[in-house]
Design a protein around this ligand. Structure first.
Ligand SMILES: [Fe+2]
Length: 171
């Protein structure tokens, strides 16, 4: 399973800014269906986008280069916040090539995003993920956010993107 992991260098300053913006965002939505996470998924504009995308842009360029492409088009982005007992069940993201999750608040490693490997028929939680890390994966990969069994909040930013303008690989 191809899951790319990056660590954002100045994540502490970035995360402090992002949390401030997210917490002041009174318009966020609480969904129901037993998955009552806090999110701005349905909001057309993300208030923290400029801060966030600017900071991770060099990392996205590295990802592009690794994948032999030159252009990136970031589509929708949203935050999700999980308090005690909150979770997001198995799902994929549609209409995009890649999806990413950036960890702003991660109380422990057991509630990192869990992925499902359809070939091995087992789930997989990437090891040693910490706040400030960015995971990128194919959008068709099944994944979920396990139930937050801690008393601290977990907060992520997720986004979808496409890459284009292919280059020849090194043969
Ligand atoms: Fe997701």
């Amino acid at each position: 399973m191809n899951i790319f992991k990056y660590s954002i260098e100045h994540y502490k300053d970035l995360n402090a800014k992002l949390i401030k913006i997210i917490e002041s965002n009174k318009a966020y939505i609480k969904t129901d269906k037993g998955e009552d996470v806090y999110t701005d998924f349905n909001k057309p504009i993300m208030d923290y986008g400029k801060e966030f995308i600017t900071e991770i842009w060099p990392t996205l360029q590295t990802f592009l280069k690794t994948n032999y492409h030159k252009k990136i088009n970031v589509g929708n982005a949203w935050f999700q916040s999980y308090k005690n007992n909150q979770y997001h069940s198995w799902h994929t993201h549609q209409g995009c090539q890649f999806s990413a999750v950036y960890y702003i608040e991660l109380p422990n490693n057991k509630i990192t995003t869990e992925f499902y490997d359809i070939f091995k028929k087992k789930s997989y939680i990437p090891k040693d993920i910490k706040e400030g890390d960015l995971l990128i994966f194919n959008s068709s990969t099944l994944h979920r956010s396990p139930e937050n069994n801690s008393n601290q909040r977990k907060t992520v930013i997720s986004f979808n993107f496409d890459i284009s303008d292919s280059e020849s690989p090194d043969l």
